[in-house]
Design a protein around this ligand. Sequence first.
Ligand code: ARG
Length: 466
Amino acid sequence: MKKPWSGRFKKPTDILMEKFSASISFDRRLYAYDIAGSIAHCQMLGKCKIITQTDSKKIIGGLKRILKEFESGKFECDDRLEDIHMNIENRLTELIGSVAGKLHTARSRNDQVSLDIRLYLRDEGEEVVQLIKILAKTLLVLARKHTNTIIPGFTHMQQAQPILLAHHLLAYIEMLLRDQERMKDALKRINIMPLGSAALAGTGFPIDRKYTAKLLNFSEASHNSIDAVSDRDFAIEFCSTIAILMMHLSRFCEEIVLWCSSEFDWLELSDSYTTGSSIMPQKKNPDAAELIRGKSGRVYGNLVSLLTLMKSLPLAYNKDLQEDKEPIFDTVDTSKMSLSIFNGMIKSARFKKIPLNRLDISGFLTATDMADYLAEKGVPFRMAHEITGKTVAYCIESGKNLQNITLKELKNISAYFEKDVFEHIKLENSVQKKSVYGGTAKKQVEAQIARIDKKLRNKPKLSHSK
Ligand code: ARG
């Protein structure tokens, strides 16, 4: 098989080398973007009279046929043609003859491959934004259901203060909204058109880069040809955005696993998102949550792969860059799958009804409220903290807790305690008191639900419209 670059070569490529340098097994998935890029480039060449309209039409006709061949599964890729770009060009020559060779005027695979990845990530980025939105909406529905459900909030995995389950869920929505913003921002830098940079120096042909950018719905053309062919910042940004997103999902998954344990027993996942054990018949394992948690690790790995790939790469294009594809593709696949599975898992999950006294296992969830109560009476907070600490210590020694200690016992510790303290340390009252903006009081939580709801209803501004 004749390689498009074979002119200066006398010996054939070593068979193993051929396999080694081929990327077609994975970059095949870029075919539609490669063809779309080639069609736009060809249209531009025709418009600028660099090739004739007749040739331009012929080439575009051939490219469209190739697209159909891919879509009907008829296109056969060949390892010996290295990558998606040369496979398509070779087929184009088979279909329309030597005029196919005009397509590569004023173009190199270096700007071509950058274009393909940008087009690909632009679509995938928009999809990720939508999937995040779907998940945030699911969580919002769940939060709405639980504006009266009190759970212990934790610090150091120790019971800390009572909070609304809705508030806890909204914390994850906040993370997701930031992930969405980050992706939208990354999309701005993905949406830059590199064609015309050619190998690295640009081209002498009188091409119209702005026209190509317009045809492909890019916001602008890249400004430096050397940077354009060697830059993969946009892919690193994409993967780092996804790595942060996966970290959020993983944290949530960790909690879901905990909540499903018989020790917690707060949550039941649907049969559809759990699996059994091959030996222990009673098991219902939260595999979906564990797998998403696990997959966050491989996404971090992909990000580190890309960063390591780019470290020390001299300008401009180097074949190392071919190694960018698998981590990028895997990051896209893993995150989209994880978002969809997470959504299904949480949508079909059921929070159990947990009696308040079962939640307050420590019996001291509202110790801070007791200290606040004393502080409100004028006791300096540090002293109020000390008195409450002593009260907790007394309770532990005498097998009591804040729910069943008597006023007499309290007064023995401090004269500042009055009967009204018991109202202050009720779980419900504790929650309702946290009425600061962003706090867990129901009113505040409802205000946040309304704000997020409005945000999620806004029609997204796409970085490119088709
Ligand atoms: N398959 C190559 C890649 O993914 C395309 C660019 C090849 N360019 C070159 N000068 N060999 O990076």
